[in-house]
Design a binder for this molecule. Structure first.
Ligand SMILES: [Zn+2]
Length: 515
């Protein structure tokens, strides 16, 4: 009989394992689950050295997995002052003066999510109010949309704005600059803000990773966009330990570099998992490749970015290196011609995870059958889906095809493996926001909360073939757990985003406990 390192009692454990869907207690030994069952059953694994936690009815889920995040970009955002909820210009000045002291003379200070309606004064601060506490550091505070910002005199100076005559530059009746810049005019300042140094990016990326854990994530699929990200992750893995498990997906043009520098660093928390090919663009910019033209521009049907012969070469290269093929394909023509038609003809290697389509936004029933038949997985970002409907009119752009825009429920019903992610920092990181967005979809068949939870746990684990180790709470799997304040299955849908994370467990070790 072996004793456990950690035992959780009195929990509402949702295992995501159909053989034993719920349990009360679990025991962990050497980073893996030793027992799942009830309190009396778990008691026998406790000895003097066992860490015991009484959960008091809290809900335990397999650790959340986000299958689409941009970590360095998120870190970059964390370097900025978060102005969300600041309630007066005086408070804003206090935040600013603290930051000035922190960063030192002359450094740029950036802020985000300023909302004038939250401020007591119900207006944006003037440049003079920013100057009063930051005369020597250039300051730029962006409003929520990013289309409007307010800057101080130093920033106006550096950007030479007095010499410009753009409509977006706000002036008083006397022609004096107020510091508010709109739309295009925000670029005058943006273009002179210095890029963060490598070391700054490295530190902010570490901070970003810590934030992931606090939001209940134990694994992420890190979608790399740039070469500098490879250098940052290399440094993080070399000098410290990742606070959660990372499955790295690199763009195919960086594949050689990633193989050369990162493959050798793989460990139980880090895996070079996949390589991504972009075969079309995005719906928001009308660059996704469609069979029929866009409904609001009959001369445009998007275009394929990768020709078939090139596609075959890249696919072979990715598979030969033992990596998962990930294809960014948004439009129906991209999914059919650049994914389905290609994968039908290639030799598949059963040792690597099935190819995965990123987005697969515009589908139809026949295309869904092909995806199922070829055993491809689909990775979606529920908050992005919600934005596609609210930010621009999907119906106007796609006409009747909007019926088959991100048909998540239909894909699941058809037996396709669908995993979910955030696309953070484009959309909020919190998995519970994503779960709510997935369940709350308007005008289309909705997924259930349970299905949304599956997309963030067991399906996400299947999508990268780590199902033997993760995704559900079962004996011998890694003890990666997310502990929530209440049961997402029993709260009303509107309250899903207020469910909070109490702590996470990574390989049997309790992280960021708030108790
Ligand atoms: Zn993305």
């Amino acid at each position: 009989m072996s004793f456990a390192d950690l035992v959780l009692f009195d929990g509402n454990i949702l295992t995501m394992d159909p053989k034993l869907p719920s349990a009360q207690a679990l025991a962990v030994k050497n980073s893996r689950i030793l027992y799942v069952g009830n309190n009396p059953g778990a008691t026998q694994y406790v000895d003097a050295k066992t860490q015991v936690i009484y959960l008091d009815g809290k809900t335990v889920l397999p650790g959340f997995i986000d299958t689409h995040v941009h970590v360095v970009d998120y870190g970059r955002l964390l370097m900025w002052l978060n102005l969300e909820g600041v309630s007066s210009i005086k408070n804003l000045q206090t935040l600013l003066v603290n930051r000035v002291t922190q960063v030192g003379v002359g450094k740029w200070i950036l802020g985000r999510a300023l909302n004038s309606m939250d401020l007591l004064e119900k207006r944006l601060p003037s440049r003079q109010e920013l100057d009063a506490v930051s005369p020597d550091n250039p300051v730029v505070f962006y409003c929520q949309s990013g289309q409007v910002c307010v800057v101080n005199s130093k920033a106006l100076n550096v950007a030479n704005i007095d010499q410009q005559n753009d409509l977006g530059i706000e002036r008083t009746l006397d022609g004096e600059l107020t510091g508010v810049l709109r739309d295009q005019a925000t670029n005058f300042v943006w273009s002179v803000i210095p890029e963060p140094t490598f070391y700054e990016l490295y530190l902010s990326t570490e901070l970003a990773l810590e934030n992931f854990v606090q939001l209940g994530l134990t694994s992420i699929h890190w979608m790399v966009l740039s070469e500098v990200e490879l250098l940052i992750i290399q440094k993080i893995v070399e000098v410290s330990s990742l606070p959660l498990r990372v499955y790295l997906i690199v763009p195919v043009n960086l594949l050689d570099l990633a193989l050369q520098n990162l493959k050798r660093l793989e460990n139980e928390r880090f895996k070079l998992g996949g390589a991504m090919i972009f075969v079309d663009g995005y719906l928001a910019s009308s660059t996704a490749a469609l069979f029929e033209p866009y409904s609001d521009n009959l001369s445009n049907q998007g275009k394929l970015l990768c020709q078939k012969t090139e596609m075959f070469e890249l696919v072979e290269k990715i598979q030969n290196n033992g990596l998962q093929l990930v294809v960014h394909a948004v439009g129906d023509r991209a999914v059919q011609e650049a994914v389905v038609n290609v994968i039908q003809q290639i030799r598949r290697n059963s040792d690597i995870p099935s190819p995965r389509i990123e987005q697969a936004a515009v589908l139809n029933p026949q295309l869904m059958c092909c995806i199922k038949k070829l055993n491809l997985s689909v990775s979606i970002q529920p908050c992005v889906v919600a934005s596609e409907f609210s930010v621009w009119s999907a119906e106007k752009r796609l006409g009747e095809r909007v019926r088959w825009l991100f048909p998540v429920k239909e894909l699941l019903d058809c037996g396709v493996l669908v995993s979910a992610g955030s696309d953070c920092p484009m959309e909020p990181l919190n998995p519970l926001f994503g779960i709510k967005a997935a369940v709350n979809r308007e005008g289309i068949q909705k997924v259930s909360v349970f299905e949304a939870l599956q997309m963030y746990t067991v399906f996400a684990a299947q999508a990268s073939s780590v199902i033997a180790d993760k995704g559900s709470i079962e004996k011998n799997k890694l003890a990666d757990l997310t502990v929530l304040s209440c049961d997402p299955l029993s709260v009303v849908v509107d309250d899903l985003d207020s469910v909070s994370v109490c702590f996470t467990v990574l390989g049997g070790v309790v992280c960021c406990s708030k108790n």
